[in-house]
Design a protein around this ligand. Structure first.
Ligand SMILES: Cc1ncc(COP(=O)(O)O)c(C=O)c1O
Length: 403
């Protein structure tokens, strides 16, 4: 079937964090202004309808009329195996799959189960902020292997620094984000192999957060880390349907742990986690029948990214952006204006009334950047960009006159 992603589905008054979360959003300090005119493009959550087979599967579950304690049927594991084999040629054994109600939850469990207070965990900033929270919130120490950005806005890994950090005596874990949020990098097989080898050599466990792995540009490929290394004993992979199929509210992450000792420790720390019947039917539906939708979605996101890039080139040429290899976020560099991070924030959040994510939330490397989530109907993205452009026109006009 043909999906119409330009359609704006009304999300206010649906318990949406993005659209109804005014109080919480203000409380956590994302913005001072939030009202019925705000365009929220901050959290990684799509404003696009989900695949039709998913809707039908959920209707069927509702129609049953009883929603008791549930257990995973074989079809659940088979659907996961089928998806990763077909999309990524990755073979997953059923007994390696551990359910978690969320990826951030799984990360916290892994940190608690497999490291001790005071031990070091490597992350690569600028990076998804809950990584820092999972480390510091559990009394562990962040070892930041900052990404290197070249003049074209392309990010690479500082391997020398990574190795030095992995060799530090109390470094026990590395949280890999691939595709990388917010820079959009998909690491190459060579990069992944090198990271994994360094970790293996230094007894550092890798938590590979690969939940953006199905959201990649049409001309890109994504390879799961565990697929390309011969020994996966030091690797834990987080996969999820939440980002790919826009079902964050259905709480479904699957953690792949091949090392039985690590798997037992992880399971023990997590305790019993029974799934919702909606989660089970959702996963089976999207992994078995969601491909057609995903292909259309990928095209829509690619086109929106092209649109954003050409809009900025025309109306806000001072803002630098590159099309990311993966993820549906774009990382926009506003530093060319020479304004403080506060002034950039003020113009976008208070004056334009668009809610993005301030780059410094991802680490000091993100200062002067803004992250925008773009899987919304294109007319909404257009309006947000027009509003932002208006607030920077004074400087753009001056810049043009000076050129
Ligand atoms: C890299 C990454 N990991 C984890 C999450 C959150 O996943 P979950 O909702 O399953 O905790 C996000 C959400 O944006 C993310 O970008």
């Amino acid at each position: 079937m043909q999906y119409n992603f330009d359609e704006m589905v009304q999300r206010r008054n649906t318990y949406s964090l993005k659209w109804d979360g005014e109080e919480l959003i203000k409380e956590i300090g994302y913005t001072e202004r939030y009202d019925h005119e705000t365009i929220p493009l901050f959290t990684a959550d799509m404003d696009l309808p989900v695949p039709q087979p998913l809707i039908e599967a959920l209707h069927k579950t509702v129609d049953h009329r009883i929603f008791g304690y549930s257990i995973f049927p074989n079809e659940y594991f088979e659907a996961i195996q089928h998806w990763f084999k077909k999309r990524h040629n990755w073979t997953i054994n059923k007994d390696e799959i551990v359910y978690s109600p969320g990826t951030v939850h799984a990360l916290n469990i892994a940190v608690k189960a497999l490291t001790k207070r005071g031990e070091g965990i490597i992350i690569q900033r600028p990076v998804y902020p809950p990584f820092t929270a999972a480390i510091e919130g559990n009394g562990r120490i962040v070892r930041n292997n900052a990404m290197i950005r070249n003049s074209d806005g392309y990010y690479t890994i500082d391997f020398e620094d990574f190795e030095a950090k992995a060799q530090e005596e109390n470094t026990k874990m590395f949280v890999l984000c691939n595709p990388h949020n917010p820079t959009g990098r998909i690491f190459t097989n060579e990069e992944l192999k090198r990271l994994s080898d360094i970790c293996e050599k230094n007894n550092v466990i890798v938590i590979a957060d690969e939940i953006h792995g199905d959201l990649i540009r049409k001309n890109q490929t994504f390879t799961p880390l565990a697929k390309i290394v011969s020994d996966t004993d030091h690797i834990i992979t987080c996969t999820a349907i939440n980002k790919t199929f826009n079902v964050a509210g259905l709480h479904c992450t699957n953690v792949i742990i091949s090392n039985p000792e690590m798997r037992n420790s992880f399971r023990e720390k997590m305790g019993m986690q029974l799934p919702s019947p909606f989660t089970i039917s959702a996963l089976i539906a999207v992994y078995n029948d969601g491909e057609e939708w995903l292909d259309q979605l990928t095209q829509y996101i690619d086109d929106t990214m092209d649109y954003v890039k050409s809009f900025l080139a025309e109306k806000l040429p001072t803002v630098k952006v590159t099309i990311p290899e993966g993820t549906y976020v774009m990382w926009m560099d506003f530093n060319g204006y020479g304004l403080s991070a506060q002034e950039i924030h003020h113009r976008i959040y208070n004056k334009a009334n668009v809610l993005l994510e301030d780059g410094d939330l991802f680490g000091k490397e993100g200062e002067g950047y803004q992250r925008i989530c773009i899987p919304s109907p294109r007319p909404l993205i257009q309006e947000a960009l027009e509003r932002i452009a208006k607030e920077f026109q004074d400087i753009e006009t001056n810049n043009r006159l000076e050129r």
